[in-house]
Structures are given as C-alpha cells and as structure tokens.
Design a protein around this ligand. Structure first.
Ligand SMILES: [Zn+2]
Length: 77
C-alpha cells in the first residue's frame, strides 16, 4: 500500500501524487520476487525423440498427437 503526503492531496488545486515514504530495499525486493523468468518447458517427441515445445507440432518430423500433421521440411542443397 502506498501512502501519500497530506499536502499533496487534491483540494481543488492541481497537485501531483507523491510517495510519502521511500520504498525500502526489503519492500523493493519483495515486489520483485515475482519477476523471475521460469525455465522453458521442454518435452521430447515420441516419434523422433527430438526436444519440442509443448502443444506444438514437432519441427523435425511434423508429428503431433501421434499423427503426421505437416510434412517435415527437407533440406534442399
Ligand atoms: Zn518428432
């Protein structure tokens, strides 16, 4: 909860809201405790055992849910 200095409370005149107290390092850290990045989930294709992202067609063999959905990309050289 943020507190504001009484002199900044708007009484007809235009006043900008200003924090009453500085944020302590502990409070700042508590607020940022949810900002970490989760590691990505990696599953392995049951068809070709390549690492794939969940809920996505395997980019290697084109399989999803046990059947071929898209044709796999062939390397043309
Ligand atoms: Zn695959």
């Amino acid at each position: 909860m943020r507190r504001f200095h009484p002199s900044t409370v708007c009484k007809g005149s235009q006043a900008m809201a200003v924090p009453k107290r500085r944020t302590s390092h502990a409070r700042q850290g508590n607020r940022r405790s949810h900002l970490h990045v989760k590691p990505i989930q990696i599953q392995y294709c049951p068809q070709c055992n390549e690492p794939v992202l969940p809920h996505r067609v395997c980019p290697n063999c084109g399989y999803y849910q046990g059947r071929e959905v898209v044709a796999p990309e062939k390397e043309e050289k």
